[in-house]
Design a protein around this ligand. Structure first.
Ligand code: BG6
Length: 304
């Protein structure tokens, strides 16, 4: 993104001493926030939060090495937005994996320094030719980001057309972990899950999830909070959600990671995706004139 464009955004949306526009890892155009509670970077591409760390705490999100990041390429790490479909498209073989919202440039609508010291950033996906090609339904897509001791994201879809449509979505968070084989995820009970690595078989979750290999699971009916417990980092990440019924847990493990261009040498060991979503059984149908909100909050707590 040209420096003149960044300066224009800075003049309109910058907040002195708290929020500025610049170039981040891999040359991506980013919003950088530093407030009394936390620091964060959000790429305009995909409205993707790249990093977030409460003040004095270790980074909570995992991000691929800068060498594998470049404008126009899906960004591996942080919190990609999958929308309006999840994974491969049901019928279009050449449609991008996880939809197009993560590859498009979003635009700021408003930024605010809130009284409690947090920072609010509001972005929207402009309706361009690309999106019209993949998704003919008139609609509006926005993301509200609140950066503080907690990180909150709210993805809002509005149906502005005359016909209903059905969408899938995910806030595909990559959490930084000490060692993916030594963490546990709680809060996945409630419904069944689909194991994408086992013929998409439907299974019943049993207790907390610990990983011993490649994992790609879609848990339905999971409205409860999920806890990602990491004894190595002595922390627990508490993931709360509203408007989302699915939780996806993904890690490619060593063999698949070695075939991926953007995970880095030991990337798979240091990350775990616990995604708040509405996919497959839980996909959302929006009537004309209505909206749907998927809200998440991530918090870090000491693990005793
Ligand atoms: C997960 C999916 O959410 O994302 C996996 O469940 C997929 O099946 C993974 O492999 C990564 O997807 P991508 O398109 O970012 O490589």
């Amino acid at each position: 993104m040209a420096s003149t464009e960044l300066s224009r955004l800075q003049a309109r949306f910058g907040i002195a001493g708290q929020l500025q526009f610049g170039h981040g890892p891999g040359g991506l155009a980013v919003v950088e926030v530093e407030n009394a509670h936390a620091s964060a970077q959000v790429a305009l591409q995909g409205a993707q939060v790249l990093s977030w760390a409460p003040r004095g705490a270790a980074p909570v999100l995992w991000l691929a090495p800068p060498a594998s990041l470049a404008p126009g390429r899906p960004i591996r790490g942080g919190v990609p937005i999958c929308w309006p479909w999840f994974g491969a498209h049901a019928s279009g073989a050449d449609y991008p994996s996880h939809g197009f919202a993560r590859s498009e440039r979003w635009e700021p609508v408003e930024t605010r320094a809130l009284e409690d010291g947090t920072t609010w950033v509001h972005l929207r996906l402009p309706r361009g030719e690309t999106s019209a090609r993949w998704w003919p339904h008139p609609c509006a897509l926005e993301l509200g980001i609140t950066i503080g001791a907690a990180l909150e994201l709210e993805l809002i879809t509005r149906n502005t057309g005359a016909l209903p449509f059905t969408l899938e979505e995910a806030l595909h968070s990559y959490f930084a972990v000490s060692d993916v084989g030594r963490v546990a995820v709680q809060g996945l009970a409630g419904g069944t899950y689909l194991d994408k690595l086992d013929g998409i078989r439907r299974r019943q979750p049993l207790g907390p999830l610990t990983l011993i290999g490649e994992t790609d699971r879609v848990y339905f009916g999971t409205n409860a909070e999920c806890l990602l417990e990491d004894p190595g980092l002595r922390r627990r990440i508490r993931i709360s959600k509203r408007g989302g019924r699915t939780t996806v847990v993904w890690n490619p493990w060593a063999e698949k990671a070695a075939r991926m261009p953007d995970l880095g040498a030991d990337g798979y060991l240091r990350m775990l995706c616990v995604e708040s979503a509405n996919v497959a059984d839980d996909r959302v149908t929006l009537a004309p004139g209505t909206e749907h909100r998927l809200w998440v909050r991530y918090r870090v707590e000491p693990l005793d």
